[in-house]
Design a protein around this ligand. Sequence first.
Ligand code: SF4
Length: 309
Amino acid sequence: MKYLFGPVNSRRLGISLGVDLVTYKTCSLSCVYCECGETTELTSKRAEYVPTDDVISELDRYLSGSPTIDFVTFSGSGEPTLHSGIGRIITHIRENHPRYSIAVLTNGTLFSDPVVRRDVAGADIVIPSLDAVSPEVFDRICRPAAGITSDKLIEGLAAFRREFSGKIFLEIFIVPGVNDVKEELLLLRQACLDIRPDRVQINSLDRPGTVDWVEPAEKGLLHSIADFFRPLEVEIIGRPASRAGAGPNADNLVKSIISILRRRPSTIDDLLAALGPDRSALELALDSMIASGMVTVEKLERGDFYRMV
Ligand code: SF4
């Protein structure tokens, strides 16, 4: 599969089939914590980065097999709303595969454009991120393309909230020492009150980020921040619940591993959760991929992370 990946066991969406609409790595931000690595194509220009018709054909082929998945999720190695065909693809899934829910993981930077808001309006859940409000902290964490500001981002998300009847889960990624100070948290809380998401999700480093100075936040800090945002509905993003054996791809283990590791570094437990319960088959496949130089291992607090070379 060229544009689809997984299904992966998502921390928020259960079994999720990923759809990647941009070429690696095209984004309007270059976040310091990004698990996909440095943004090489930093842009806010919408375009047909991959052929819309080819994505639709691949989705039709895959979904016509009635796979056991919870969500079709637009995410991957960049910002999906940069793709000018995302609206047509969402409409196609809605009309032709209505049993599947649709999620869009987005950085929200293009939502000041009414066309973008209309394009994603057919989703069931939209998960935008907002990591900072003050310009200096926003620039330090998100390193945006020219013309993108936190003010425009917040206005765009607030406008989307007024128009969108689905769920909005607003993610705030905590970078200790940068956006966990009281002044920034006060601004973020006010922005959440303005945007009115259904839920605020507090996230922290779980996989290797793009720069090495970003540290995971301590659990105690995340709980204090969650308390600070209440009475808004708020949760701390946890590890995925295990629902093994999800994918028709599990029979082609190496290809499935590649499709996951190309998008995000993963531990063996992450891979087990996504691909099925056969640990020894997975370990053998990873060993041979390391031996052939396809994959490297990085030790982090949560375990050994495998990533594509
Ligand atoms: S975290 Fe998301 S928004 Fe930030 S650089 Fe990575 S893909 Fe882009």
